[in-house]
Design a protein around this ligand. Structure first.
Ligand SMILES: [Zn+2]
Ligand SMILES: [Zn+2]
Length: 381
């Protein structure tokens, strides 16, 4: 079958013996596994320039790029045609073992100008996984003692980062506590005794106002390979370790193109920004309680960057179910799906219920002590 994509495949033969090279995490170079020759990568500074969101959208509107399905690649070493999976732009020739990296600009109008290289190797990733499994709360005991056969695959996943100035108008309610003298009843030895004391009340009033915030590098995964809650919680990323894009870094890993476009990516970033803005609004409202009734935000000076970030992905099997997890291959942070022990949760809930019941019993029996203590500490009594 012939490929209908105008592809340029790159590969990296050893300068000494001609063998196909893959990136070495240990040395940060392409070290030949056959003759040991170090094929240095000329490191280029990362291009971490911010690009205008508006201008990019204008360009994107004029270009249509189809989804990248499973496609053919031609091995530049032996000439064989082989398949590269959906959304991936690198692979290994199954006939001669050559690592091939395709030109991303053939697939997408926006392509990564920078990446953070893999800093954590497979061995370390496995140790991180083992430590994680041991640390999980409410995990079945059997899981912690299981041995796992893991197949780690190294991906360069596409990510957007967004900057934006925000202006938010809000309407809401502010609640302030006050105390009022009231008559109430207390249970003393089975008899209800009438007492008078101060009781906490709340006074609500309508408020409105503006809050402003500048967001810097809100990170949004542009891949659909992993659930959002995994892909976006691998942050923070050490952007100071980014380098200029070079296909040589991808050799031996899977490079992925973005499947969540610039516009949709910004919509996800808005959700993250909104969480911070809501906190700002609550602080701005002040008082003892806050209620947000309406928010409207204007996003200005929107800029973005597009990068490839290194992630180890694997899954483990436990009682016939697969659990996916990912490791930030620059920092070692791990996030993933995991099994829960129903029994452990059940017994914890029972223990809490027993404790609460005991407190109620004691409260009922010695309630007057609490009442006395409350009064002694209340400045209003
Ligand atoms: Zn060599
Ligand atoms: Zn080949």
């Amino acid at each position: 079958m012939k490929s209908n994509l105008p592809l340029v495949e790159k590969f990296f033969p050893c300068k000494n013996c001609g063998a196909s090279l893959r990136y070495s995490i240990k040395t940060g170079n392409l070290k030949c596994p056959y003759c040991g020759y170090e094929n240095r990568i000329e490191e280029v500074d990362a291009d971490l320039k911010e690009y205008s969101f508006k201008e990019a959208l204008r360009v994107l509107e004029k270009t249509k790029f189809p989804p990248l399905k499973e496609h053919d690649a031609k091995c530049p070493s032996c000439g064989a045609i082989f398949k590269i999976e959906e959304n991936i732009f690198s692979g290994k020739c199954p006939y001669c073992g050559t690592f091939v990296v395709e030109e991303v600009r053939d697939f997408r109008p926006i392509f990564a100008k920078s990446l953070i290289p893999f800093l954590i190797d497979r061995k370390k990733a496995f140790l991180i996984f083992k430590k994680w499994i041991k640390s999980l709360w409410f995990a079945p005991s059997k899981l912690k003692n299981s041995s796992f056969e893991l197949k780690f695959i190294g991906y360069y996943l596409p990510y957007w980062t967004f900057d934006s100035d925000t202006k938010t108008y809000y309407e809401g309610r502010r609640g302030d506590y006050y105390f009022e003298d009231e008559t109430f009843f207390v249970n003393e030895g089975g008899r209800l005794i009438e007492k008078r004391g101060s009781v906490q009340k709340i006074r609500w009033r309508f408020v409105s106002g503006w809050v402003f915030r500048r967001f810097d590098d809100v990170v949004v995964g542009a891949s659909k390979r992993l659930p959002r809650k995994i892909i976006d919680s691998l942050s923070p990323w050490p952007f100071e370790k980014a380098v200029g894009y070079d296909e040589k870094y991808i050799s031996g890993f899977k490079g992925e193109i973005y499947q969540i476009g610039l516009k949709d990516g910004f919509e996800i970033a808005k959700l993250y920004m909104n969480q911070v803005i809501r906190e700002d609004v609550r602080r701005d409202i002040g008082g003892d309680r806050q209620e947000i009734l309406h928010l409207s935000t204007i996003y200005e000076n929107k800029t973005f960057k597009h990068l490839l970030l290194p992630v180890w992905i694997a899954d483990f099997k436990y009682e016939n179910k697969n659990y996916r997890f990912a490791i930030n291959a620059a920092t070692g942070k791990i996030k993933g799906e995991r099994p829960y022990s129903k029994w452990k949760i059940f017994f914890t809930v029972i223990t809490i219920l027993v404790l609460v019941a005991a407190l109620f019993y004691l409260g009922d029996k010695y309630g007057y002590l609490f009442e006395e203590a409350r009064r002694a500490s209340s400045p209003y009594y």
